[in-house]
Design a protein around this ligand. Structure first.
Ligand SMILES: NC(=O)C1=CN([C@@H]2O[C@H](COP(=O)(O)OP(=O)(O)OC[C@H]3O[C@@H](n4cnc5c(N)ncnc54)[C@H](OP(=O)(O)O)[C@@H]3O)[C@@H](O)[C@H]2O)C=CC1
Ligand SMILES: Nc1nc(=O)c2c([nH]1)NC[C@@H]1CN(c3ccc(C(=O)N[C@@H](CCC(=O)O)C(=O)O)cc3)C=[N+]21
Length: 296
């Protein structure tokens, strides 16, 4: 069997267009555009690239993008003061503090300081709690993007066996919560899981969010399963350069799976598109402008 390739990049482009199409109605009512502010501390080159592409995508969708670039020497107090200032700024609908932060800064305190109703990353404990109990809030962009791809491909997910490999607060755990909310039977695997290949083989839906290049092999996959590869790993390409690979060994997995996301071009582009979607939703909610259910 050769798996269908799930075109995350194409789906993300369509989602960005749908977001952009909903901006004018907001602007007409609120008298301003939705605004996303990104805060980046330090010079990490990969983070700089992500932040630039977020800024470009935000503007392309007709929203206001603001970026605060802070030096490595920024103190915790400086960063918290900036977050509080953004919380109080009515033109800011979404706040994203790019992670990871330099080691001397306390990420959890920074996230806890963001107004949960501007937390378009969905990382605040209030939003994690809302997701856990099924209340409206913000869902982390990467897992929400994965669910969109899964529902587009499979329709109703109820009753399917889903295995999530990875239990981080930003990907694995919210992914498991979302799959549970869609009535999947969910298993969360991690570094202490016994016989991971066997656990993976039970999955109709396999989500890999591990951070280990090409760890999940084709013979760990149930024939016909849908495989979502969240991993983004930069590795040697054997010719003196680098390339991006996922957490799934794409070549062997594609021979067994029914459908699979590629890296790049799969989940990554969805993360940014959902960030724009969350920012638009935040703007509509904050200004009490009606956004029909299921509009985005
Ligand atoms: N596409 C996108 O937009 C995004 C991609 N990513 C990528 O997704 C991947 C995961 O990210 P993130 O969740 O932040 O990573 P973390 O490092 O926070 O979490 C990794 C998880 O994988 C588990 N794990 C590690 N090694 C193994 C192993 N050998 N067997 C089983 N489980 C293992 C860990 O288990 P334990 O808890 O026991 O330590 C942990 O729960 C990374 O490649 C990252 O770059 C992340 C965010 C967005
Ligand atoms: N507060 C915060 N929120 C985040 O959402 C966040 C973060 N910090 N820190 C870093 C991770 C990682 N992340 C990605 C976004 C887009 C791609 C993406 O677009 N990837 C392209 C390839 C990009 C390339 O070529 O380098 C793809 O997979 O096709 C990947 C990864 C968001 N993150």
């Amino acid at each position: 069997m050769t798996a269908a390739i799930i075109d995350g990049k194409g789906f993300a482009a369509t989602l960005r267009e749908r977001v952009a199409a909903l901006v004018p109605a907001f602007e007409a009512t609120a008298g301003r555009k939705p605004g996303l502010t990104v805060v980046i501390v330090g010079e990490d080159p990969a983070s700089q690239v992500y932040v630039r592409s977020k800024g470009k995508a935000t503007e392309a969708a007709g929203m206001v993008s603001t970026t605060h670039r802070l030096p490595d020497t920024t103190t915790q107090d400086d960063l918290l003061a900036l977050v509080r200032q953004l919380n109080a700024d009515p033109a800011v609908d979404g706040i994203l503090v790019q992670l990871p932060l330099p080691k001397h800064l306390d990420e959890s305190e920074v996230i806890a300081t963001i107004d949960p109703d501007k937390d378009v990353d969905g990382f605040h404990v209030v939003n994690a709690g809302r997701l856990a109990v099924g209340q409206e809030g913000f869902v982390p962009c990467t897992p929400l993007g994965c669910i969109m791809l899964l529902e587009d491909r499979l329709g109703d997910l109820s009753g399917l066996n889903a295995v999530v490999v990875g239990r981080s607060n930003i990907v694995g755990k919210p992914m498991a919560q979302l799959l549970l909310a869609k009535s999947c039977t969910v298993t969360v695997a991690h570094s202490r899981t016994k016989d991971l290949p066997e656990v993976c083989r039970r999955a109709d839906i396999l989500v890999a969010a591990v951070g280990r290049p090409e760890m999940i092999k084709g013979n760990w996959i149930k024939p016909g399963a849908t495989v979502i590869d969240v991993g983004i790993n930069r590795v040697d390409n054997g010719e003196g350069g680098t390339k991006l690979v996922g957490d799934v060994d794409f070549a062997s997995a594609a021979e067994v799976a029914g459908a699979i996301t590629p890296v790049p071009g799969g989940v990554g582009p969805m993360t940014i598109a959902v960030l724009l979607r969350n920012t638009l939703v935040s703007a509509y909610r904050r200004e009490n402008v009606a956004l029909g259910k299921g509009a985005i």
